[in-house]
Design a protein around this ligand. Structure first.
Ligand code: CA
Length: 694
């Protein structure tokens, strides 16, 4: 079902478009001045997400309205950054489906379905339906799939040109990140360390053939097998014990930045596998290249330099967040700088020429370290931050102070615009024996317990922050609802756009953060906005579709908005000045009504077993503490667990696989019974709290 308001222009312009077709190559993607196109995930190679377009600006943004929209009812989470090439938009929806839309007509040109559910089979449980977008190079669109493939598609027809499997499908690897392209190569990493013992790497492939050009491992393998390169030998000196048995980690699931100034690719590397360093590298050590920015030669994949944000990490403080490039003036000197705000609560400025750290400032609550020692470039950790005693409440928690939601940088204001949240975690490894702990196989287990209860609402504190990377100071901040708000877009119109968890798309004045315009999308927003121009007219576009992993993992923090599974709309919405298309009214926020089932006797021992099983198998979609955030059904309100046969059909037999509910063949009837006792216990807690008015 599609609707479109301003149909008039269309057909006559087709010929002109063909004549002016952009060749999308290094020069085009590096071109900051071309505001009409949005050619790469971060718009250009700089990943600044800054548009030079200024027709929509701080003076007139109040007149912004809906130009057209497209309903996307078959999709769940919509996280992707759309690309726009000569008026054609390419974006991904659920399960890496790619949709091409003619922005002049609002009509779908093609949909490419890589059939991820079928390809993934039982592995589907580790990857959700999430996908953050595509890459484009010389007439081809590239998408990476949840099950680990990298596929090239003909941009004109939507036909697959080639497909390569980039991971070992026996392991818990998945991909939901966007590939990047440079020099006729397309690069992709992967994720999955929480679900299996994995070794991280990135691989570059030839854009024409899909043939592998090079691969770089982010952590060393078993020394007995020999090292792939000198960087691995260097890294191995920073590990202890038999880390390779647990994979080591360091997966590159998000940040990839190509730097045309040095012909390098920067990779942001992941956390340890498992998180708990006592298990992974029991004698300590920095554990290179975990939680680092690593510079590689773009032609060969050879190591150039690295900077590690969290030596010997043990909290899931990965450095997978985007790396943004800009020319900054620091102490009177021009610097080719990289800006990076990883999970750990610090903001880093690095000299790209040498990899030397320029500054590292704490931008949010980070109790794990007091500061970064600028002499050594290393964080100074707080006592017991590593839960040496077996337990410690630490800020930030594993969701980080900043996660993958993209920050933007405006060269006009000199500010970065960072979506942040302030969520702690109680890390405890009491009862976990490092020597006998085994890596999980397709179950959530990071080697440290974070508690199994719902996260209380009282700890929520999120802000959109404008940070000056040169003066190292916060210039303004605005309160955000809940946690897990969307990425930002900065424009030459003195504007910053951001979609929020409460469904509002907001335009702020970029200099001082004053909100100037707000639009209700009718569903929580998880994707970043973009802007582009067609036939000289500027548009702002956004995918509205609540989802992604943490949209449900943290329970009430995300459930508070009432975005209920299967109820609220999924859409692409495009805005222009003075446009007046009406969006159909979305249903109001609705909340799961847990079924108390007073006649059911909850067995406490079974409920406790069930809580453990739920945490490992169910919580990443159905919510921490069994409080679903709206991405998947809230099982406390579901009839299914009440009927053992029906429950078994869904969970063990996989009757809803095509709807995205993975199959759990290894669970037993007794396991399901325990999970049911846990669900009933949680449901009754909620109904009791409601009755007592809490
Ligand atoms: Ca992680």
């Amino acid at each position: 079902m599609k609707k479109f308001a301003c149909v008039a222009l269309a057909a006559t312009l087709t010929a002109q478009v063909a004549a002016a077709a952009t060749t999308v190559d290094n020069a085009a993607i590096a071109n900051e001045k071309d505001g009409a196109n949005w050619l790469s995930y971060g718009r250009t190679y700089s990943e600044q997400r800054f548009s030079p377009l200024a027709d929509i600006n701080a003076q007139n943004v109040g007149n912004l309205g809906v130009a057209w929209y497209m309903d996307l009812p078959e999709h769940k989470s919509l996280l992707s950054t759309p690309l726009v090439v000569d008026g054609v938009m390419y974006f991904t929806g659920s399960f890496a489906k790619v949709i091409a839309v003619d922005t002049r007509t609002g009509k779908e040109l093609w949909t490419y379905d890589p059939k991820v559910i079928d390809a993934a089979g039982d592995r589907g449980r580790v990857m959700w339906d999430s996908n953050r977008g595509v890459a484009y190079w010389k007439g081809k669109v590239f998408v990476a799939t949840g099950d680990g493939r990298l596929n090239a598609i003909d941009a004109a027809t939507g036909q697959e040109v080639w497909s390569v499997m980039t991971v070992d499908p026996k392991l818990a690897y998945f991909i939901n990140g966007a590939p990047r392209v440079f020099n006729g190569k397309v690069i992709i990493g992967n994720g999955g360390t929480e679900w299996g013992g994995l070794r991280g790497y990135v691989t570059a492939y030839d854009t024409e053939t899909g043939k592998q050009a090079w691969r770089f491992y982010t952590v060393p393998g078993n020394p007995a097998d020999g090292f792939e390169d000198d960087a691995q030998a260097m890294a191995a000196k920073t590990w202890t014990g038999e880390w390779w048995k647990h994979g080591g980690g360091g997966t590159v699931w998000n940040g990839l930045t190509y730097d045309p100034a040095f012909n390098r690719i920067y990779i942001g590397t992941g956390n340890g596998s498992p998180w708990n360093q006592k298990i992974r590298s029991p004698g300590g050590g920095d554990n290179l290249f975990l939680c680092s920015v690593v510079a590689l030669d773009a032609d060969t994949g050879k190591y150039v330099w690295h900077y590690q944000t969290v030596p010997g990490e043990t909290w899931d403080y990965n450095s997978n967040m985007d790396m943004v490039l800009a020319d900054l003036t620091i102490d009177g000197k021009p610097v080719k700088a990289m800006m990076h705000a990883p999970k750990n609560g610090f903001f880093y400025v690095i000299d790209r020429a040498t990899g030397k750290l320029i500054s590292a400032e704490k931008i949010g609550r980070a109790t794990w370290a007091t500061h970064v020692d600028m002499k050594t470039g290393r964080p100074v950790e707080a006592p017991n931050a590593r839960y040496e005693d077996g337990e410690e409440l630490v800020y930030p928690g594993p969701l980080g102070f900043h996660n993958w939601h993209a920050m933007s940088f405006s060269p006009m204001t000199g500010l970065t615009y960072i979506p942040t949240h302030d969520l702690p975690a109680l890390f405890t490894d009491k009862g976990i024996k490092p020597t006998s702990w085994q890596s999980p196989s397709f179950q959530f287990d990071p080697g440290v317990d974070l508690g199994r209860e719902d996260m209380p609402l009282t700890i929520d504190a999120s802000v959109l922050m404008a940070w000056d990377p040169v003066k190292k100071e916060k210039v303004w901040e605005q309160k955000l609802p809940g946690a897990w708000n969307g990425g930002t877009l900065a424009t030459a119109g003195n504007l910053v756009f951001q979609g929020r968890t409460d469904g509002k798309l907001v335009a702020y004045r970029s200099t001082d953060g004053v909100p100037l315009w707000m639009f209700d999308m009718g569903v929580g927003i998880s994707a970043p906005p973009i802007t582009y121009a067609v036939d000289g007219k500027q548009y702002v576009a956004l995918l509205a579709g609540w989802g992604g992993a943490a949209a449900s993992m943290v329970g009430s923090i995300t459930a508070q908005h009432g975005w209920t599974y299967g109820v609220h709309p999924r859409r692409l919405v495009v805005f222009a000045l003075d446009a007046e298309t009406k969006l159909p009214k979305a249903p109001p926020p609705t909340f799961a009504q847990p079924l108390a089932q007073d006649d059911f006797k909850v067995d406490d021992l079974l409920a406790e077993q069930g809580s453990f099983l739920f945490q490992r198998n169910c919580s990443s979609c159905h919510g921490g503490g069994a409080v679903a955030g709206g991405y998947a059904p809230d099982l406390r309100a579901s009839q299914a667990p009440l009927y053992p046969e029906a429950f078994k059909e869904i969970v063990i037999d996989g009757s809803r696989r095509q709807q995205g509910m993975p199959q759990f063949k290894e669970l037993s009837d007794a396991d399901l019974n325990a999970i049911h006792h846990y669900i009933r216990r949680q449901a009754r807690k909620a109904t009791a709290a409601a009755q007592s008015g809490k």
